[in-house]
Design a protein around this ligand. Structure first.
Ligand SMILES: O=C(O)CCC(=O)C(=O)O
Ligand SMILES: [Fe+2]
Length: 303
């Protein structure tokens, strides 16, 4: 479905261009996740889905995937249900009072949220019209803007790296970590985002990560990504595909530290856990707007 979407004629995608509501299509190099260090934007295309109502998207959708809307909506619902469970487990683990503190902040009944289901496609270097430098990345270094992220990747498509505590070493995140080799699909990766970092004074770290071009070997160029992919998929032309579900609480949720003895006892400090943090209590909406403005310079330049 991702392949069909991104293969759609460019005017179909153009008609769904990303808006200030963070929904829609973002073209190659349009988003820059690490503006301080990138020469050009990310070498990726993405499509963000916001809310659905009765299986219908509440935003323009390329005709090519209109028939898929109910399935995308159902998948988004599954991600939502899983994110609520994970939020409950985090509340229990951190001894937050009440333990469903995070969960209730995420209920759809609380109001609109920044939650986004995102399809992503990253071309191989060989498919780019422009020469790339060693500094160019598929997705620049960043932390995620929501509370937690669910990430779905494909076998044979490495590239995701996290920044270690030392602040300079990048470590690859295996798609199929040891013990999951026999799973029918790679496990869902869960990442902590900025909001859980705010809420826990940095006890939960908003992991800085990026997506790099493979240097050589698996997934490096056209054809190389064929081996070990999902059954039936042999022709992805070296493209890397992923899907991210960015879980956000309702827009008015305040990001002060949560009632928890464990959080209170944590002395690591917010600055260590979240590079963007200042100790001013923002709402989820204020934080999201701030982050979007930094990564979509073109979209926000008139303001
Ligand atoms: O594609 C991936 O593996 C990661 C994407 C990502 O970090 C993001 O979209 O925020
Ligand atoms: Fe990310």
């Amino acid at each position: 479905m991702c392949k069909r979407l991104f293969d759609a004629p460019v005017d179909e995608k153009e008609a769904c261009k990303i808006q200030h509501n963070n929904r829609g299509w973002s073209a190659m190099n349009y988003e820059t996740l690490d503006p301080a260090n990138q020469r050009v934007g990310d070498f990726k295309e993405s499509f963000n889905f916001g809310d659905f109502a009765d299986g219908k998207a509440q935003q323009p959708i390329p005709p090519t995937i209109v028939a898929d809307e109910p399935q995308i909506s159902a998948f988004r619902d599954l991600c939502y249900n899983l994110s609520l469970k994970l939020n409950t487990l985090l509340g229990i683990g951190l001894e937050v009072t009440p333990p469903d503190f995070f969960t209730t902040a995420h209920l759809r009944s609380r109001g609109p949220s920044g939650t986004i289901l995102r399809f992503l496609r990253y071309p191989p270097r060989s498919a780019l019209g422009q020469p790339t430098t060693s500094n160019d990345v598929r997705a620049g270094a960043h932390s995620d803007y929501g509370s937690l992220t669910l990430l779905f990747r494909l076998r044979g498509q490495p590239g995701l790296e996290i920044l270690l505590r030392d602040g300079k070493t990048w470590s690859p995140v295996p798609v199929v970590p040891p013990g999951t080799e026999d799973d029918p699909a790679p496990p869902i990766l869960m990442n902590i985002g900025d909001l859980l970092s705010y809420w826990t004074n940095g006890l939960l770290r908003s992991t800085v990560h990026r997506v790099v071009f493979p240097s050589s070997g698996a997934g490096a160029g056209a054809g190389a990504a064929g081996g070990g992919l999902v059954e039936g998929e042999t022709d992805l032309d070296g493209m890397r595909y992923s899907i991210a579900y960015f879980c956000h609480p309702f827009g008015g949720a305040e990001l002060g530290s949560v009632p928890s003895e464990r959080v209170k006892a944590y002395k690591g400090g917010l600055a260590e856990g979240n590079p963007y943090a200042e100790r001013k209590v923002l709402t989820a909406d204020e934080h999201l707007k701030m982050r979007l403005k930094a990564s979509y310079a073109q979209l926000y330049k008139e303001e």
